[in-house]
Design a protein around this ligand. Structure first.
Ligand code: ZN
Length: 212
């Protein structure tokens, strides 16, 4: 997308004031968070057709891959209106601070930035794969990272490290907030909502699309 279109979209979407709630996004962190469009409207099937080696061949968990060994889901999708899963080290607290976070599948990085507020550093990856005789595009989002190890426009392989587990500048005990969206380029969102349209249950999705 060229800069002009990006600027238009940025102006159109403006800033969303997020009402943040619950443990992962405490109320006191509420602030205006910029919405990044992350290439909406891109022809993802065509883009991946040009890079067929990155068409996803299955999904793994983002920590302790492939099966999240050593970690547990401290706040599953739907609990407290949570729009993702919170992966914590079994040691609790900040015992997992700095642990590696891995791409859940082959894909293309559309965003790798510090989004501020309750988000901290975030990586967003678009995945494309065949399903039921057609193709499907989803996006994974990894939040509260301590370090970013990839940049926008990078291609990733499943299991490639993209960053490390963080605590969003000490706001939370260190954990990975993982979302999976049913399309690419949705607004950043607020991590919690009654409105789950466009959001997938990460653990169920991964289990239904394993790499083996
Ligand atoms: Zn979370």
């Amino acid at each position: 997308m060229d800069l002009y279109v990006r600027t238009l979209l940025s102006a159109a979407t403006g800033f969303a004031v997020l009402t943040l709630a619950s443990a992962c996004f405490p109320d006191d962190t509420a602030k205006a968070v910029g919405v990044n469009p992350t290439e909406p409207g891109k022809d993802w099937p065509a883009w991946f057709a040009q890079h067929p080696q990155f068409i996803a061949d299955g999904f793994d968990f983002p920590v302790g891959p492939p099966d999240a060994a050593g970690y547990y889901n401290a706040q599953p999708f739907g609990r407290n209106l949570h729009l993702g899963d919170d992966w914590n080290g079994k040691g609790g607290g900040d015992s997992d601070l700095g642990d590696p976070v891995y791409a859940i599948a082959h894909g293309y990085v559309t965003r790798a930035e510090d989004e501020g507020g309750g988000w901290g550093k975030v990586v967003r990856v678009v995945h494309h794969f065949p399903e039921n005789g057609s193709t499907r595009t989803v996006e994974s989002l990894y939040a509260h990272l301590d370090t970013l190890m990839v940049s926008e426009g990078s291609w990733l392989r499943r299991g490639q490290q993209l960053g490390t587990i963080g605590n969003a500048g000490g706001r939370y005990p260190a954990h990975l907030h993982l979302e999976i969206r049913d399309s690419a380029g949705m607004p950043l969102g607020g991590g919690y909502s009654h409105d789950t349209r466009g959001y997938l249950r990460p653990t169920e999705f991964i289990k239904a699309h394993r790499s083996r």
